[in-house]
Write a protein that binds this ligand. Sequence first.
Ligand code: RIB
Length: 306
Amino acid sequence: MTHTILVVGSINTDLVTTTATMPKGGETVMADGFAMLPGGKGANQAVAIARLGGHAVLAGRVGDDPFGQTARHGLQSCGVNTEHVITTPNTASGVATIIVEHGGENRILVVSGANSCVHPADIPQSLLDRAALVVMQLEIPLDTVMDIIARAQAPVLLNPAPARKLDLAKLAGLAYLIPNQHELATLTGMPTVRMDDVVAAARRLVRQGIGIGIGTVIVTLGRDGAMLVTRARVAHVQAPVVQAIDTTGAGDAFIGCFAQTLMQTGDVDAAMARAVRYASQSVTQFGAQASYPTASDFTPAPDTAG
Ligand code: RIB
């Protein structure tokens, strides 16, 4: 049986420049490459789910401009259901200006455009009711995210990116919260540099005593893999060593693969382990969606290869 994974989130066009050196303030630097690629955290996560054979329905907004049309067609060609992607009149589509340094590190500036118009009424209750999992990020209005957390019948996975402070009490009942280290620090106000800091901060989010009650926190750690923290246990998955070309959208690759594998297997640990490998493989290619392998192109885990 194929489960519907509803992703409510942003759709952007990524304007990506690659460079050996980041310019400092007031400085001009000659860069070496440019590409216009599909992006947006919501769209990226939906594409990763679809590439891995999942049934991804994306709810969001594009503007009535060529970027919006191209984004919609791109999503459809990846197998994402776009029936709930609304074209907003007299509005520009979301864009992200991205600078990728040699070695893979990136800096991203997002202009929300139509993403800032995503309204609770865009997501009808009937759509929420037929989802087996609801996946969201923070590139659409926070009121919409909170409304959907309150109305969803299915488990909700929140990827609190980009980082912002949230009223943690309003996240009560979340099934999965998946921040990176920086987002975890912003959410908790605690240090998250060392591994024991990460565990302490994640524990704060799952601890019943402060009434938050988030089921599972998974902290993505880049080249250090990911850390799962529940009330009962902690588990760390190491990432394979890879040569990073571009880390853009690696977090979204993790979320998409985690969501799809969880729906396939019901096994959180298997989903986290597979998502770490999927995100690691994605950073070896350029772009966000452009770097997400299909199930058949995804390198098997060493113990299942051959
Ligand atoms: O997570 C990566 C994404 O963040 C990019 O695709 C960009 O569009 C921004 O939304």
